[in-house]
Design a binder for this molecule. Sequence first.
Ligand SMILES: NC(=O)c1ccc[n+]([C@@H]2O[C@H](COP(=O)([O-])OP(=O)(O)OC[C@H]3O[C@@H](n4cnc5c(N)ncnc54)[C@H](O)[C@@H]3O)[C@@H](O)[C@H]2O)c1
Ligand SMILES: CC(C)[C@H](C(=O)O)[C@@H](O)C(=O)O
Ligand SMILES: [Mg+2]
Length: 356
Amino acid sequence: MKIAILPGDGIGPEITAQAVRVLNALGENFEMEQADVGGAGYAAHGHPLPPASLALAKGADAVLFGAVGDYKYDTLERALRPEQAILGLRRELGLFANLRPAILYPELAGASTLKPEVVSGLDILIIRELTGDIYFGKPRGVRECPDGPFKGEREGFDTMRYAESEIRRIAHVAFQAARKRGKRVTSVDKANVLETFQFWRDIVTEVHQDYADVELEHMYVDNAAMQLVRAPKKFDVIVTGNMFGDILSDCAAMLTGSIGMLPSASLDANNKGLYEPSHGSAPDIAGKGIANPLATILSAAMMLRYSLNMAAQADRIEAAVKQVLAQGLRTPDIYEAGTTKVGTAEMGDAVVNALR
Ligand SMILES: NC(=O)c1ccc[n+]([C@@H]2O[C@H](COP(=O)([O-])OP(=O)(O)OC[C@H]3O[C@@H](n4cnc5c(N)ncnc54)[C@H](O)[C@@H]3O)[C@@H](O)[C@H]2O)c1
Ligand SMILES: CC(C)[C@H](C(=O)O)[C@@H](O)C(=O)O
Ligand SMILES: [Mg+2]
């Protein structure tokens, strides 16, 4: 089993190192090879997704990704910015299905900014379409406004679009996932305003005809954002487009206590995948040794389960994470009085020691 390790920037290398230690401690014979991406790729090779890094990712059985981005690169032309590494990998590897499970570990009920009774027992799955929408639609750019009240001025523009087959395949992923859980799908859109998302709603409704055993509801994205903090446990599976999914998953992260707890899997049609925490490179805490590595460690567990067919090893990692939380160990982002504050490496140590 070959795993490509792409640590990236900021806290990326710190958190990925802990996930690699946990993988090594499982006692399997993983072949792991590391490569530069993001700002690190640009600094060393002049491109955020150097050809050798892309080739490594394509040739591996799975990819473990840290995070990319650094404010010092924000003035580069877009094609060279660190974020192009993750966008390019998603596009080049066809990773259209992004699974972001938001689970509240009981020990962290007090770490969420929401009242414990609102979040305790939370277990929802956000399924974000990852290779379409306004993120990848063309044309895009800055041009002279061709008409209307702002004619002649410069304007920035992007294109929101979804092809029918793109909506169908992500809808199937959502209904199939719901079948293995609470059998409820909420499709989140903006059909009241946007053509793209009226089309989305129509196609999701059509696909639903194949899944009579799964309940489907449609919800506008503004209401969904509100319901996520009002009564998040009412959701089971949420399926939505690329941009709404980006925003709603950060919102859901806070239900779990911290964005440092939210793992993700990005899958192609054959369950080949890239695994990364849902958060970014956190430049504000990079190099301080205080980042929470659990989202990345839990992403490694998802990798074992979804791409490497090693569910028992995934269970071992998840059980170890539960145990360190039960022991009261907390990185600063999830710390509360009465628990023990630890750094990134100590948290990694604890998970390794808790493996059974
Ligand atoms: N997939 C990715 O690689 C990815 C995802 C999101 C943002 N980014 C990039 O990351 C950079 C920073 O973006 P941002 O600040 O908007 O979002 P961010 O997720 O990096 O950070 C937001 C806040 O959450 C905190 N945080 C994030 N991860 C944490 C962890 N593991 N432990 C403790 N605290 C954590 C940060 O300290 C910060 O206060 C930008 O360049 C952005 O483009 C990359
Ligand atoms: C870094 C950025 C391109 C990325 C996104 O917007 O998809 C990030 O926010 C995420 O959630 O993975
Ligand atoms: Mg995001």
